[in-house]
Design a protein around this ligand. Structure first.
Ligand SMILES: Cc1cc2nc3c(=O)[nH]c(=O)nc-3n(C[C@H](O)[C@H](O)[C@H](O)COP(=O)(O)OP(=O)(O)OC[C@H]3O[C@@H](n4cnc5c(N)ncnc54)[C@H](O)[C@@H]3O)c2cc1C
Ligand SMILES: NC(=O)c1ccc[n+]([C@@H]2O[C@H](COP(=O)([O-])OP(=O)(O)OC[C@H]3O[C@@H](n4cnc5c(N)ncnc54)[C@H](O)[C@@H]3O)[C@@H](O)[C@H]2O)c1
Length: 472
């Protein structure tokens, strides 16, 4: 009986990172993938969504042309068909490069749905495979309530949105998490009449009420936003009209984008065969530092484990699982500083510890409102708020949340600072060029420093403000 060293289930970003590690140690493996190869990120996730956003933002820039003294903005139009063609053309290119990772595998790459029979046995296409280790990296898929399927082609998820030839006139985007927000704003900027619905009051993964307020205020200037009640859909049997109902709101739309969240792909994989208790989501206990399930020779990596469903964490998961699946002794990895970015405009980001997770800790917060920030004003991007949180006793930076211009860059800078255990004063000692958006971050840091016990090592943070950015 042939026994493989490792069976990897799922050829997404986590599965492919695992493959890279496994291949360093053995050729005696198989990779099983159900459905299209090429990863969720490249095919239907991060990349096509960002391509749509870039087109939408390019068209939206015309809104500020008049202020800059540029005329003719009202003559500009957008060709949805060509926008979507470009999305697919570049997307296909990204997919092709991920396919390169599996091209040479030959018979070791198997298309089919894997079914686990035991911690050492996997079945696919009716064939049983024996293995020393299993890596489960089956990802997640959009949640779609069964009754909504009756909308047929008028119901989109991000699995189908980018395949369209045209965009509808009116769309309801239901769910205001990262996916819903990004797509609602992009579609609205492309001229689709968008109504967004969120069952909670917080949007885009924000947990700080002040940041959420800023984001809701800014985004609802661009499209209607209804928060705080679940939305449902009815279709009139006679007229075939779609109505979205949410509390007292009733609106008619041509299409619906379901952005209700994502569910781990574990339904038919038979995790019960592992013989460990499963939680209410149907997931087994997993050590986040080794990715091992309980004490089994089985690892759970990427979105399927629901720990942090973003690309760089999925890739890290795969790397850790691949490494541990090919060693006798498990290695524990320190995980990265948490970082999530929503590519709305302004960007929404949560870095380090979220405001909510610091609820019971003694912290101080500093903030900046970008409406008066010099460089942002010069670019007509002076919208949003950024808040930084530090330990009250030491001034050590713990986290930040923002809905701010260039938030994606601030978030990386702050992640670096948090990873290095820097204090507010350490950051204030660094140079800030003039005039840059980072001066806004400095304002938030100074605001935070003013709420902390004075520090003798401080730079000029203790000086009173001039109210002139270049001098402050
Ligand atoms: C619209 C959208 C935008 C996003 N944007 C971003 C972003 O900007 N930045 C970011 O960091 N993250 C983003 N993400 C999240 C990111 O795409 C995911 O975190 C990442 O793709 C997860 O990778 P994975 O390997 O876990 O899963 P996947 O890439 O989904 O791979 C899982 C694979 O397993 C296969 N499979 C499932 N069940 C079985 C089975 N039983 N047998 C065999 N194979 C199976 C699946 O078909 C799939 O091919 C976005 C996601 C979406 C949906
Ligand atoms: N830029 C990025 O990094 C990025 C972009 C997209 C997705 N992602 C990842 O993908 C994951 C999934 O994102 P998502 O936005 O699909 O899911 P999510 O779970 O974050 O958000 C879904 C939202 O839909 C709401 N909802 C559910 N049912 C509803 C209903 N009937 N009516 C109104 N609202 C309803 C939920 O309350 C929730 O807020 C995220 O956790 C994120 O990690 C990341």
């Amino acid at each position: 009986m042939h026994k493989f060293d490792v069976v990897i289930i799922g050829a997404g970003s986590a599965g492919l990172s695992a493959l890279r590690e496994v291949k360093k140690h053995t050729d005696n493996f198989i990779l099983i993938n159900e459905g299209p190869w090429g990863t969720t990120c490249a095919r239907v996730g991060c990349m096509p969504s960002k391509l749509l956003i870039e087109a939408a933002n390019a068209f939206y820039r015309r809104v500020s042309f008049n202020e800059f003294g540029i005329t003719g903005a009202d003559q500009l139009g957008v060709d949805h068909k060509r926008v979507l063609q470009r999305v697919r053309r570049l997307r296909d290119d990204f997919v092709t490069s991920t396919l390169g990772a599996t091209r040479e595998l030959g018979e070791r790459a198997i298309s089919g749905r894997a079914h686990i029979l035991s911690p050492h046995q996997v079945m696919v296409n009716g064939e049983k495979f024996h293995t020393r280790k299993i890596i489960i990296a089956t990802g997640s898929r959009p949640v779609v309530p069964e009754p909504w399927q009756s909308l047929g082609k008028r119901l989109f998820t991000t699995d189908t949105l980018f395949e369209q030839e045209a965009l509808p006139e009116r769309i309801a985007v239901i769910g205001m998490g990262p996916v819903g927000l990004e797509m609602a704003q992009a579609l609205s900027r492309l001229g689709v009449r968008v109504t967004g619905f969120g069952s909670g009051r917080m949007i885009g993964g924000i947990t700080d009420p002040l940041i959420n307020q800023a984001a809701v205020t800014l985004l609802s200037k661009e499209f209607s936003l209804h928060l705080g009640t679940r939305a449902d859909i009815t279709v009139n049997v006679d007229s075939d009209v779609i109505t979205v109902n949410s509390g007292d709101i009733r609106i008619e739309v041509d299409s619906v984008l379901a952005a209700l969240g994502r569910r781990p792909n574990i339904d038919d994989i038979n995790l019960e065969a592992l013989g460990v208790p499963l939680d209410e989501r149907g997931l087994p206990p997993v050590n986040p530092d080794t990715l091992q399930i309980a004490d089994l020779p089985v690892f759970l990596a990427g979105d399927v484990n629901q720990r942090s469903p973003v690309l760089h964490e999925a890739a890290d998961d795969g790397h850790i699982a691949g490494l541990n699946a090919t060693r006798e002794k498990l290695v524990c990895f320190k995980r990265r500083v948490p970082l999530t970015i929503v590519f709305s405009d302004p960007n929404i980001a949560v870095v380090g510890k979220s405001f909510r997770s610091l609820e019971h800790e003694d912290i101080r917060a500093g903030e900046v409102d970008f409406s008066r920030q010099g460089r942002a004003r010069s670019a007509q991007s002076n919208r949003g708020v950024l808040r930084v949180y530090a330990a009250a006793n030491s001034g050590r930076l713990l986290g930040a949340e923002m809905c701010a211009p260039a938030g994606e860059h601030f978030a990386h800078l702050l992640a670096l600072a948090i990873d290095q255990s820097l204090s507010v004063w350490d950051l204030l000692r660094l140079p800030f060029y003039h005039p840059v958006l980072e001066e806004g971050l400095r304002t938030a840091l100074r605001n935070l420093a003013s709420k902390l016990p004075a520090c003798s090592e401080s730079d000029l943070a203790v000086c009173g403000p001039f109210n002139a950015e270049a001098l402050d």
